[in-house]
Design a protein around this ligand. Structure first.
Ligand SMILES: [Zn+2]
Length: 338
């Protein structure tokens, strides 16, 4: 029988009818009616990058991964206050999943990355910056400048590979003079509390190791507070978390994005309680003061901000939410980078 010879008279063709008979027969013997095999699960994540435009600049947030921080690292609030704030935001405890982000900026003239991620220094859940940079359409050899917020391992270990070679072979690394001087000369590991000494020794060793090949080729450069290491990107030193901790103000066509580095380690706790410090802060009180001032400024001026440890992509706004308290409002995904 040829389909279409008897148009519109029967709801099924002869072939469909035959299939139905077969199904009815098969089901009569108790076999399943579902003719489709279940699709296998993919079990891998989507590439970790998020793209937006800032005036003429293209911004790409890069996901390095996440670290599980212990809530005991948070200071200036009771355990029950911390637990309450974490539970309210559905964040696990005692281990708080904490994003590690970096930001790639294409100014049209320069390709710049702010922070270099963890490389292979901090375990399997981190060190995804490079694959995500490539998934985002770039290659590390294209990067002209790496701007560092500070010299903690999750921000710099990705500067070199397992063999100690530069991951960004054509880039100049820029950091504030204060941060450079602290880690490469003034830090005195012997004066650190015994509990932190070993950790600090490892951190200093890592700093010197990743800096060495860039130093050797004259590509490790410092800048003073308020200078622009790259046109359109100003470094603003906000000491506290580390002595030369630096935010970067990126501006194009009167649009700005403020990359705030490690001003926030816990989205769930520190927006509601900016007075909560973290054990990694070199000067906790100074870090608290810096965070309070930055949140106030960002909320009053509707600043777009990006944070290295705010849930990926870590870009959004800060709004006032009561006295001395704030809330985080993340950007929304768009299939068109705007
Ligand atoms: Zn960090």
């Amino acid at each position: 029988m040829v389909e279409g010879v008897i148009p519109m008279r029967f709801p099924f063709s002869f072939r469909d009818g035959c299939i139905l008979v077969v199904i009815a027969t098969v089901s009569a013997f108790g076999l399943p009616l579902n003719l489709h095999a279940a699709a296998p699960m993919v079990k891998s994540q989507a590439p970790g990058y998020y793209r937006m435009m800032l005036g003429q600049f293209e911004i790409t947030a890069l996901c390095d991964g996440f670290v599980e921080l212990d809530e005991k690292l948070l200071r200036n609030a009771s355990d029950s206050e911390i637990d309450g704030l974490l539970a309210r935001m559905f964040v696990g405890k005692p281990k708080m999943r904490t994003s590690v982000n970096a930001y790639l900026i294409n100014t049209g003239a320069k390709l710049v990355v702010v922070d270099a991620g963890s490389g292979n220094a901090l375990g399997a859940a981190l060190g995804n910056l490079l694959p995500n940079l490539k998934a985002a359409g770039y290659h590390p050899a294209q990067v002209d400048a790496v701007l560092l917020t500070h010299l903690h391992p999750d921000h710099i270990a990705g500067l070199t590979d397992a063999a100690g070679k530069p991951v960004f072979p054509n880039a100049v690394v820029y950091l504030s003079k204060a941060e450079n001087d602290y880690w490469l000369s003034t830090i005195d590991v012997e004066k650190a509390p015994p509990a932190f000494r070993q950790h600090l020794e490892m951190a200093v060793k890592l700093v010197r190791g990743v800096a060495a090949p860039y130093h050797a080729s004259g590509k490790w450069k410092t800048f003073a507070d308020g200078n622009q290491p790259v046109a359109g990107i100003k470094g603003l030193v906000i000491p506290g978390h580390t002595p030369g901790h630096t935010a970067y103000e990126i501006t194009s066509d009167n649009q700005s994005l403020l990359v705030i580095g490690d001003v926030v380690h816990s989205m769930a706790v520190q927006f509601a309680r900016p007075d909560v410090a973290v054990s990694f802060d070199v000067d906790p009180q100074q870090a608290v003061t810096a965070r309070q001032a930055l949140f106030k400024h960002a909320a009053q001026d509707n600043l777009l901000v990006a944070g290295m440890h705010i849930p990926f992509p870590g870009i959004g706004h800060i709004r006032a939410d009561g006295k001395e308290a704030y809330a985080w409002v993340p950007v929304e995904y768009s299939p068109v980078p705007k």
